[in-house]
Design a protein around this ligand. Structure first.
Ligand code: PAF
Length: 282
């Protein structure tokens, strides 16, 4: 597995692969990789001849006061996991390689979409995500790029950006990977102490409750989110950021379960903000 820290190295290697007629998949990550990320790499290996994974904690998607400095990092472990899963190149740039000091250009979706859900409390987050993902697309020029469904709003926003900017890259969404007890895998789970880890199960429990209600025929989205909310409020360590049902493409609020719907939650467990969701396609 090649470890590249410079944009020029990535460009040269990808150009060589393309000259051989090989297809290239990109898995953008912020590192501290777990089985959720591994499933993206597995999918990329399955669908592409060569796989590039980026490991870069992107400062532009963190607001002042968020966890940029404390975001967990373990590059050695990341490389071991990536190698074991068949990744061909890991791109691990310094911040200065990705952003010149006078960088002043951002990619931003100017609709209501990034203002919904996580955008309500993280107003600059998706501008940072779109900017860095767009840069990674320009550096790697992949045929396909792989993102987790756990960050459902991010996935929808990337799809919108790719369409609006005519990137010509296929975006592949991959299912949420859960711990045995149901908690969605996340690098931020590492922030939880043992009491909080137990309390965090209320997220997946409420997701399973919502899913079951849909399965049982409930079509009133407000009833579903209300039941999920009540369940979460029963956990003393949990504080709700949002429990929402939105259109699966536009991310705008809906009240009835019909067409493509995303039911998404963000909940603080102690100081740690966790997200989870399910989608209904009818
Ligand atoms: O999902 C993430 O880990 C990040 O938001 C991404 C897509 C790698 C951009 O920094």
């Amino acid at each position: 597995m090649i470890i590249a820290t410079k944009i020029s190295e990535v460009r040269a290697q990808v150009a060589a692969w393309k000259k051989e007629g090989l297809t290239v998949g990109l898995v953008p990550t912020m590192g501290y990789l777990h089985e959720g990320h591994a499933s993206l790499v597995d999918k990329a290996v399955e669908m592409c001849d060569r796989v590039v994974t980026s490991v870069f904690v992107n400062p532009t998607q963190f607001a002042p006061g968020e966890d940029l400095e404390t975001y967990p990092r373990d590059f050695e472990h990341d490389c071991t996991l990536l190698k074991a899963h068949g990744c061909h190149l890991v791109f691990h740039p310094e911040v200065s390689e990705m952003y010149a000091q006078d960088a002043a250009t951002y990619v931003e979706i100017l609709s209501e979409m990034p203002k919904q859900l996580c955008g309500q409390t993280r107003p600059i987050h998706f501008r940072g995500v779109c900017t860095v993902v767009s840069k990674l697309f320009n550096i790697v020029i992949p045929d396909k790029a792989f993102f987790g469904q756990k960050d459902a709003q991010q996935l929808a926003i990337i799809r919108r950006m790719v369409q609006d900017m005519s990137y010509g890259i296929e975006i592949v969404g991959c299912p949420i990977v859960r711990e045995d007890d149901g908690l969605a895998k996340s690098s931020r789970n590492t922030y939880l102490n043992s009491e909080e880890r137990q309390a965090a199960l209320v997220l997946s429990k409420s997701i399973f409750l919502g899913q079951q209600m849909v399965k049982d025929g409930e079509r009133d989205a407000d009833k579903i989110t209300a039941a999920m909310r009540t369940m979460i409020e029963g956990e003393p360590l949990a504080r709700i950021d949002y429990v929402s049902a939105v259109d699966g493409v536009t991310m705008m609020p809906i009240h009835r379960i019909e067409g493509s719907v995303l039911v998404a939650i963000a909940v603080y467990i102690g100081k740690t903000r966790l997200i989870d969701n399910f989608i209904v396609e009818e």
